[in-house]
Design a protein around this ligand. Sequence first.
Ligand SMILES: C[S@@+](CC[C@H](N)C(=O)[O-])C[C@H]1O[C@@H](n2cnc3c(N)ncnc32)[C@H](O)[C@@H]1O
Length: 154
Amino acid sequence: MKVRLLSIGKDRSGLFEPAVQEYARRLEHYTRFELIELTEASGKKLKPGEAKAAEAAAILSKRKPQDWVVALDERGTLLDSVALGRYVAKAQTGAKDLLFVIGGDEGLDDSVRAAAHQVLSLSKMTLPHRLARVVLIEQIYRAFTILKGEPYHK
Ligand SMILES: C[S@@+](CC[C@H](N)C(=O)[O-])C[C@H]1O[C@@H](n2cnc3c(N)ncnc32)[C@H](O)[C@@H]1O
């Protein structure tokens, strides 16, 4: 299976990128994995709603027919790590790929949530999107170690 993690905008602080790259490297041991970064539309002098719609069009153009789209949103469903592992296993069994999507400063457009197979919350709190990205990639890595019965998850 292939897992892709799509996000909007660059990590200008550089705080989280080393951790993301480390988990991306580790994930390659378990699955085909790709990080996708799309340019923020908010810097293009668009109104907030227009920026979200432009980002949504770019996000949805990356979908492939075999993808299950998982939209990250604080209002989504809270899963524990074992349940995320079960979700990954279900996708694997169904010969599906996973496309995880993290929004930009303005969040995700309704059209992305509507197109998603799952809207996933990492917490009820709002996280900066770059921090959400590192938490999510660690949880994807953890899910694969759970499926392999490895001791990483205690
Ligand atoms: C700064 S947040 C956007 C907040 C925006 N006000 C909203 O209503 O969505 C940027 C992105 O980070 C991700 N994110 C932030 N907190 C999250 C959480 N608790 N659970 C899941 N994703 C989160 C989402 O993908 C969100 O679109």
